[in-house]
Structures are given as structure tokens and as C-alpha cells.
Design a binder for this molecule. Structure first.
Ligand SMILES: [Zn+2]
Length: 348
């Protein structure tokens, strides 16, 4: 029984980088959001650096009154000091770390960011570009650019996808096809091109109808209009993560309430310290967070949507089973990289 699964519609080719865990924010209506590099990533590479930020209003509130501590303190070093809205840390020893923010004169619960210091993991990948009659799904340069985007996304959890080879094969009927025809015959033929590489194998094809990515373990097919976000998303599946949705109205009445606010209960391993608080920006809904995740099953066209990797699982709509046997549930979805992902089988 083929296990190919349909994946997301396209996202903008230009990747924006966003905070992995969403910016923490106290008593502020300021916008969260984009900055250079990932803010508040779930992972800190051993010997590498990561930037964490908390937004605190008013803007005149002094940086000198904002203090960060790490627990355990040996896990990271603060480069350029441990005060202010933004700090940069270096990973010193592998393991979990809590970064706590103390604010002079503030008596409420304090923000805590959860992260893990990890050795860099290098995942092996090979790519095949499919052609038919001299028409090719991609150029070699396009594929290399896509993997640059993939590695930008995975930098937030200390994973590098190493593209070991790019090969071409020309075959009638393999460029544009209906993947479900004849019980997934063409996807099964294409993924039989190579086996036992020990890594991920990507097949860049042409048009697969409504499917942007399909995966069966480490064998992955990518439509010619899909971006690096789809390529990274499919790797997330190969590592064991599920899709997460806010709603799937054609398949289930279950849905994330549009009014639901982010709380620690909704993302228990990311930002918090008080179960009623998530320390996210004012006006941000939990659905907003779901749509920012790489494992969001239906990317939208918003800039930067769908590239965050959370440390832990996130409340949302998800399913077990494949295709016709989907069992939808509304609970903590297994999308947390450090709770449910295992790139181990594909490491170099
Ligand atoms: Zn998916």
C-alpha cells in the first residue's frame, strides 16, 4: 500500500526568516515578527550562536533593566552581555536550556524560552531531476538554490541537508502525471530509480496535479512549482513529524477556534512560565502560530508563513492514518522537532 501523502500548495519563492517560537512580548501591542536571521530558535548549535529577543513596551523601558539567565548556566554563554531585549548566546554543552527573562520592577510571571543545544546534524540527500522528451523539471542551479533555502530553514534546529549528488533521467510519462493513477504507479516507478542511499532522495518532477510534494519515508517527489519550503516540509515528514492544520472543513468539523489565544498549554515546550500566558504579541491568535509552522499542512501566501520549527508539540488539528483512513483529532500535534523528529536514519 503506497504511503504517498499530498502536501502543501506553494509559498513565495523568496524566503523570509522568522522567529522559531514566535517573539515573546509583554504588555505591548507592538508588531512581532521578522528580523534578520532566526530569532528565538528551538535549537542552538554546539559551538554556534543564536539570538533571542523579547519585546517589552514602552520602548523607553531601559534595556539595562532586562536580565537574562540560563538554566543550567553552563549550557550557554552570553556574548556581549546578558541584559537587554536581545541577547546572543553560544552553545557550550549539549542539552536543554531555559532562558529566563527577569524585568526590574515587574512582578508578574516572567517569560522563559525553551531551547536545546545540539551538535550539528548532517543529513545526506541526493536529487534526481526528471525529464521527458528533453524537457526538464528543473535546472541544476535551481535545485542547488532550493537546498540553500532548505538549509536556511533547518538552521533553527541545527540540521544541515548535504546535497551529495544531482542526477538527471529522461523517461516518457515521468515528468507530468496524475500520481494517483493506477495505484500510484508513476511515483512508485520514479522512487525505484535509486534505493539504499542511506539518506533522503528527492525527485524533482513536473506537474503532479494538485500535489506539491509527496513522500514515502525518505523518498520524496517535488512538483516543479514547489519551493524550498515544500522540500523542507517533506524532510520534516521523513523525520517523523505530522502535518498540522487549523481546519479541514471538507473532512472534519473539528477546528482550532479562530479566537483561541496562544498560551503555554497550547505550546507547552516553547515560550511560557505561566500556564495561562504564552507571551506572544497582542492580537496574535493561536491559529496564526499554527500557520507559521513548517509542518502547517496548507501553506498560505503570506510572507514567511510556514517556516518555523517549534521545540515542542503544538495544539492543532492533525490526523493519523493516510489518505482515506484519516483519523482527525484536535490536540497537541506531533510537530515538535525536539519531541518527535528523528533525522537519525538519514544522517551521514
Ligand atoms: Zn505534509
Amino acid at each position: 500500500m503506497p504511503a504517498f501523502r499530498p502536501q502543501r500548495p506553494p509559498l513565495p519563492a523568496r524566503l523570509f526568516r522568522a522567529g522559531a517560537a514566535v517573539l515573546a512580548l509583554l504588555a505591548s501591542a507592538a508588531a512581532p515578527a521578522r528580523a534578520e536571521g532566526f530569532l528565538n530558535p528551538a535549537g542552538i548549535v554546539l559551538g554556534g550562536t543564536a539570538t533571542f529577543r523579547v519585546d517589552i513596551a514602552p520602548a523607553a523601558f531601559p534595556d539595562a533593566a532586562i536580565h537574562w539567565t540560563a538554566e543550567p548556566s553552563s549550557r550557554v554563554s552570553f556574548l556581549s552581555g546578558s541584559s537587554g531585549r536581545t541577547v546572543t548566546v553560544r552553545g557550550n554543552t549539549p542539552g536543554n536550556v531555559f532562558l529566563r527573562v527577569e524585568i526590574d520592577g515587574y512582578a508578574g510571571a516572567h517569560p522563559v524560552a525553551n531551547a536545546r543545544v545540539v551538535p550539528l546534524s548532517i543529513v545526506k540527500a541526493d536529487a534526481w531531476i526528471i525529464g521527458d522528451g528533453g524537457v526538464w523539471a528543473r535546472t541544476e542551479d535551481e535545485v542547488r538554490g532550493i537546498f540553500d533555502d532548505v538549509n536556511d530553514i533547518f538552521s533553527q534546529i541545527g540540521v544541515v541537508v548535504s546535497l551529495d549528488s544531482i542526477s538527471f533521467t529522461n523517461h516518457t510519462g515521468w515528468l507530468n502525471f496524475n500520481p494517483r493513477a493506477n495505484n500510484w504507479a508513476v511515483p512508485n516507478q520514479i522512487t525505484s530509480i535509486t534505493n539504499g542511499t542511506g539518506g533522503l532522495v528527492y525527485y524533482f518532477v513536473g506537474n503532479m496535479g494538485s500535489y506539491y510534494g509527496l513522500h514515502n519515508g525518505g523518498d520524496i517527489l517535488i512538483k516543479n512549482t514547489a519551493t524550498g519550503v515544500t522540500v523542507a516540509h517533506e524532510a520534516g515528514h521523513a523525520f517523523g513529524l505530522s502535518d498540522i492544520y487549523t481546519a479541514q472543513t471538507n473532512e472534519t468539523a473539528l477546528a482550532v477556534s479562530p479566537a483561541l489565544e496562544p498560551t503555554l498549554g497550547n505550546m507547552p515546550n516553547d515560550w511560557g512560565s505561566d500556564s495561562a500566558l504564552g507571551f506572544y504579541s497582542a492580537g496574535l491568535t493561536h491559529s496564526d502560530i499554527v500557520t507559521r509552522l513548517l509542518m502547517y499542512g496548507e501553506g498560505d501566501s503570506g510572507d514567511g508563513a510556514g517556516i518555523d520549527l517549534s521545540y515542542g508539540d503544538v495544539y492543532g488539528l492533525w490526523y493519523e492514518g493516510v489518505q482515506h483512513q484519516r483519523q482527525w483529532q484536535l490536540s497537541l500535534a506531533p510537530v515538535g522537532f525536539f519531541q518527535h523528529a528523528n533525522p537519525g536514519p538519514y544522517l551521514k
